[in-house]
Design a protein. Structure first.
Ligand SMILES: Cc1cc2nc3c(=O)[nH]c(=O)nc-3n(C[C@H](O)[C@H](O)[C@H](O)COP(=O)(O)O)c2cc1C
Length: 180
């Protein structure tokens, strides 16, 4: 099984990118993981089938994966513009899109105690439009703290580790069932 990981933050030093990397290290050894970049041109619907190289690369990665794992911060009670932009690009093609029938799990570190919940709700409802199966839970909502990662970049909080282990386990369990 191959999981493609996406961080919804383009910020250098992003804690959500750090979270993505920490989660990848918690995956079982027989699961392949590859990170996809969403540093893409702004979607303008002027390209037809000639996708920019960065978009084509993302599209191919998503199409050739068994599941996606997205970590995303919250910007203005929503997902980041970069995340929405990536979803817009990936949604091209309707029923033949890279997103159609994909399986996605979400996690995030927001700016406050709600830990990105509104960003995740926004991603969830947007992906529903694109016929994506979004794993219902557990919700992985992590509040920021200076000690949330150790010096190696691994998560320190046992509850956060349990939550991400559980959501990744669910993703691995349901992906083969839903994609048949
Ligand atoms: C423009 C902007 C808007 C933000 N809006 C919210 C928000 O609505 N809710 C929230 O919890 N945090 C908000 N934040 C805080 C970020 O979600 C928070 O700093 C997050 O940890 C950044 O993640 P990153 O390091 O992965 O980029 C906002 C930050 C910025 C820059």
């Amino acid at each position: 099984m191959k999981i493609v990981g996406i961080s919804g933050s383009l910020r250098k030093g992003s804690v959500n990118t750090k979270l993505l990397h920490a989660c990848a290290r918690l995956l079982p050894n027989d699961v392949e993981f590859e990170e996809a970049s969403i540093d893409l041109p702004l979607f303008d619907d002027n390209h037809g089938n000639n996708l920019p190289d960065s978009v084509q690369k993302l599209n191919d990665l998503v199409k050739n994966s068994d599941a996606l794992f997205i970590t995303c911060p919250e910007h203005n009670w929503n997902m980041t513009a970069a995340m929405k932009n990536a979803i817009d690009w990936l949604s091209l093609g309707g029923k033949d899109s890279a997103l159609n029938n994909q399986v996605v799990a979400l996690a995030g570190i927001g700016g406050g105690r709600l830990g990105s919940v509104r960003a995740q709700m926004a991603i969830r409802s947007t992906l529903l439009h694109d016929r994506v199966w979004v794993v219902p839970g557990p919700e992985v909502l992590i509040a920021p703290s200076e000690t949330m990662f150790d010096e190696k970049g691994d998560l320190t909080d046992p509850i956060a580790i349990q939550l991400v282990t559980n959501i990744l386990g669910e993703l691995i369990r349901v992906s083969p069932l839903l994609r048949t």
